[in-house]
Structures are given as C-alpha cells and as structure tokens.
Write a protein that binds this ligand. Structure first.
Ligand SMILES: [Zn+2]
Length: 293
C-alpha cells in the first residue's frame, strides 16, 4: 500500500491508477538515430509519458524520461539501446511521468536542461524529478540548440500551453519533432491550468508544431501513438471546435455543471475519450479556462 501511495504522490496530474514499478521500456527507431520510447505497465493501463532520444557518433540526447518508480529500468534501457548514458536530457515539462528518472540519469553524468519555469516547479516538488539530484542544471528562456555531429536539435519554448515551462525539440534534417505533452495524439489532452497552461496557448502550440511539420514529419507525442501532420490537424480541429461549443454555453450563462450536463463534446467522446480524460473532464477544462474559475 505504501508503494502505491508513493506512486500517486509522484504524479502531479494523474490519478492513482496502479503500481508503476514493473514498467518496462520499448523503443522504436522512427528515423536513423531517432527513437521513440514508451513504457509498458503489466499492472495497469498507464506506462508514464512517452519519451525519445537521439544517438549521433559522439552524443546521446534524451527528451523526457518517464516515471520515478521504474527509473532504473529506463536508465538501463537507454544505455542498452544508445550504447551509453545520455550526455544531455531535455525535460519538456515538469510532470512526474516525464521527469521521474532525472535524478538517476544525473547520477550517470547526464546534464539536465529545461525551461526556467520548469526548474522552479521541480524545486517545489523535487520528488517529481526523482529527488533533489534531478533538478535541471541548465535552464533557458526562449530555447537552446544542440549541435551533435550532423544533428542540429533546436529546443523551443512554447508559452502557457500544457504548462508554463513547455519545450519541444525540433530536428529539421531528420524531420523529427519531440512534442512532449503539447501533443496527446488522438485523445483528449490534459491541460494543466494550475501549472500555467491555457487552452489558447495549447492550441497555439499545436499550430506551431503543425506549421513546422510537413507531411513526412514524425511527431513524437507525450501520450498516444506517433503523430503526423494529418493527426495534428485532427487534434487541433477538436480543440478549436470544443472550445467554441463550451464558450457558447458559458455565454448562455450556464454553470460548469450545467455545461457538463449539456454534453457539448458528445460526438468527440467515442474517438478522444481515454482512461483518464473523458468528455466531461475536457468540458470542465474548457469551462474553467474560459471563466478563470
Ligand atoms: Zn504532462
């Protein structure tokens, strides 16, 4: 029981679903030297956030690192596939399902990079980073660029989107984007309004990714299947339409519960519902964002 409670306390945004300690990791090479890594949880539906990494002749750079409980498995997995511990780690945002192995990677000599606001939030909740040792060492405002042999990977901050400290990583030549939780592909997203996120910023961030991408870009999401420009258009269309519908209910003077009862996202639910964000929770997010309540 104690272990389950601990797992819950590490998850800023996620309800307690199951044990996380038996999660194992699997990576897919989406382009030469570019990997997408997902966690498989034998004890429940949630395997943590999706991460990814880049392997060049001399460098390994990791983008996000999953939950704290299975961190030893994550470190072992990356070392095995990449051939060594990462030189660099970029956190896309502060949630514990993306930063939980920070401390263990830091012990391996990995330097952790993040937006200023992300570091501030992890300082308040270091357990999300696997402990004090997981606090980012290098921070940035607008972004930073990694020059690793023939790979140029640009880290770009997108303001007030999923949180206030979001960053994506864009590798133009390989045509790969690591989107973090700016992209919940094909499912209703969590937008952390209490963590500095906003619906408008989230939509703007998705549009920015769609603008950078072309029809061949591999977009590694924070949750969901590997995304493409086409899937981004679908995600954006749902958000824009959903926000518009809830806005009408707010303007009609409905309370939050009345708006939920009107079920404005009913036709999206079949496609976008998943085990922890359904049409009701998405409606409440739109409502709270529009009213500031
Ligand atoms: Zn998140």
């Amino acid at each position: 029981m104690h272990k389950v409670v601990l797992a819950c306390s590490l998850l800023v945004a996620f309800p307690c679903l199951a044990q996380m300690e038996n999660i194992s990791y699997e990576s897919t090479e989406v382009a030469p030297g570019f990997y997408m890594t997902v966690g498989n949880n034998p004890d429940g539906p949630f395997g943590g956030g999706t991460s990814g990494f880049i392997v060049t002749d001399d460098y390994v750079a990791l983008v996000d690192d999953g939950l704290a409980q299975p961190a030893p498995a994550m470190v072992a997995h990356i070392k095995e596939v990449a051939g060594k511990a990462p030189d660099f780690l970029v956190n896309t945002h502060y949630h514990g399902d993306h930063t939980g192995a920070n401390a263990l990677f830091a012990e391996e000599g990995t330097i952790v990079f993040a937006h200023h606001a992300l570091r501030k939030r992890l300082l308040e909740k270091p357990e999300s980073a696997g402990g004090d040792g997981g606090i980012p060492v290098v921070t940035f405002a607008e972004g930073v660029t990694f020059h690793m042999n023939d790979v140029e990977a640009e880290v770009i901050h997108l303001p007030e989107a999923h949180t206030d400290g979001d960053a994506i990583v864009v590798a133009k030549k390989a045509n790969v984007i690591f989107a973090g939780d700016i992209v919940f592909n094909g499912v209703f997203p969590f937008i952390d309004l209490d963590g500095g996120g906003s619906v408008d910023g989230f939509i703007a961030a998705q549009k920015k990714i769609a603008e950078i991408a072309d029809e061949n870009t591999d977009i590694i999401p924070g949750h969901g299947e590997l995304a493409s420009l086409e899937s981004m258009h679908k995600n954006i269309a749902m958000l824009v339409e959903g926000q518009k519908r809830v806005k009408k209910l707010v303007e009609a003077g409905m309370s939050e519960d009345e708006a939920v009862a009107a079920n404005p996202l009913a036709d999206f639910a079949g496609t976008f519902d998943w085990y922890f964000i359904n049409a009701e929770r998405m409606t409440r997010t739109f409502y709270k964002d529009l009213t500031g309540k």
